[in-house]
Design a protein. Structure first.
Length: 345
């Protein structure tokens, strides 16, 4: 009986055509949820929807809309009784957020409040929210626990801090809200099918997609941003988490919300850090390519070390990662070589 009622549950995924959202779509679909994707394609390719259909062999319920469009949201919530929302839709380029802060506050914070209003009117008050390790700024402690204080490093980070605070006040205002806040560390890798993955249109900002393009020969060499940090080899250390593990974290967060109707705020990471040079090395092995790199100056605003204290997610959600760095690199390499990455649609 429980299984049948679970299977009938309806979930709205905003930003579901994006990198993490598309992988989460597959995890939720596999678990038997009925999922609707809402995306504006501000940072996704339309063909993602077809590819999700090819992978699952089932039609995707999809609506093209901006999450700030309260009329579109109102109509959607009138048509469908959603049991919960997983909210990925946001802008995420740190450098761009410094140049265009208003766009970031508008989409990331305004988009959230618009969504919360529609949810409240419809009586749907379970939400999983994409937050980020960036809310910790330069943390005093690594591995960093959820209790570490908020420190904004840039407008993007501030939008995630403000969003979390909005969610805390909304939860406090009405006990019917149940909100899961997930602070992702560094998502990497791609789906095992090699049909979806991270697919930036321009030169990538992030390390793993940049390395991938050096491995294919599309870019000449990796610029390593600083080797004078207080880390074992002097380069920046991050907690990379396989995007399929991350997607499963959303499934567990939703499950917890349904079981308890109580919210949670947890880190999603592995608890293990890799330096830039270690990532280059791992990718070299996965791709069997030479990966030329050059040490250049530090990137403005970079943090020396981000590693998650991962025990709270294990305890509260039962979340443990299953895939390591080698699988992140191998799946990224399979994806970048797939005909589906970099398509124009
Ligand atoms: P992404 O850009 O691939 O996905 C975001 C999706 O939202 C895209 O499909 C985009 O088209 C859509 N979107 C953007 N603005 C929209 C709007 N106004 N209305 C409707 N749809 C809109 O990014 P991602 O890496 O999948 O990130 C998903 C979420 O996770 C974001 O909230 C991001 O801030 C957060 N996050 C990402 C990382 C990371 O490193 N990738 C780390 C921590 C947190
Ligand atoms: C990883 C490491 C760089 C590129 C960013 C956002 C963060 C989050 C995830 C959403 C660092 C180094 C990188 C390159 C390099 N997004 N590097 N050469 O900076 O940890 O996080 O994305 O919430 O908010 O800031 O990720 O992949 O850019 O960098 O040496 O060409 O690789 O200095 O040490 P980052 P990243």
């Amino acid at each position: 009986f429980t299984v049948i009622s679970m299977a009938a549950r309806r979930i709205l995924l905003t930003g579901g055509a994006g990198y993490i959202g598309s992988h989460t779509y597959l995890a939720l679909h596999d678990a038997g949820y009925r999922v609707t994707i809402l995306d504006s394609f501000a940072n996704a390719r339309r063909s993602v929807i077809n590819r999700l259909e090819m992978i699952t062999g089932a039609p995707v319920h999809f609506i093209e809309a901006d999450v700030r469009d309260s009329v579109a949201l109102g109509n959607l919530f009138n048509e469908t009784n959603f049991d919960a929302v997983v909210h990925f839709a946001a802008l995420k380029a740190v450098g761009e957020s410094v140049a265009r802060p208003l766009d970031y506050f508008d989409v990331n914070v305004g988009g959230l409040t618009s969504l919360l209003r529609s949810m409240d009117s419809a009586g749907c008050r379970r939400l999983v929210f994409s937050s980020s390790a960036t809310v910790y700024g330069v943390p005093d402690v690594t591995p960093t626990p959820e209790s570490a204080e908020f420190r904004a490093m840039n407008p993007y980070g501030q939008t995630k801090i403000t969003s979390e605070q909005v969610l805390d006040w909304v939860s406090a205002s009405d006990p019917r809200w149940a909100i899961g806040i997930l602070r992702y560390f560094n998502p990497a890798g791609a789906h095992a099918s090699a049909m979806i993955g991270e697919d930036p249109r321009d030169i990538p900002n992030n390390l793993m997609p940049y390395i991938a393009r050096v491995a294919t020969g599309a870019l000449e060499k990796v610029s390593v941003f600083g080797d004078d940090y207080e880390t074992p080899d002097g380069t920046g250390v991050r907690d990379y988490i396989h995007v399929e593990d991350l997607a499963r974290g959303h499934l567990l967060s939703l499950k917890k919300l349904f079981e308890t109707d109580t919210g949670h705020t947890v880190n999603l990471g592995t608890g293990r850090g890799y330096s830039v040079l270690e990532v280059i090395d791992a990718y070299k092995r996965a791709s069997n390519k030479d990966l030329p790199y050059e040490i250049v100056g530090r990137r403005a605003g970079d943090v020396p070390i981000y590693v998650a204290e991962a025990s709270k997610a294990a305890e509260i959600l039962g979340f443990e990662t299953e895939k390591g760095m080698d699988e992140m690199c191998a799946s990224s390499w399979a994806w970048i070589n797939s005909p589906h990455s970099g398509d124009d649609a």
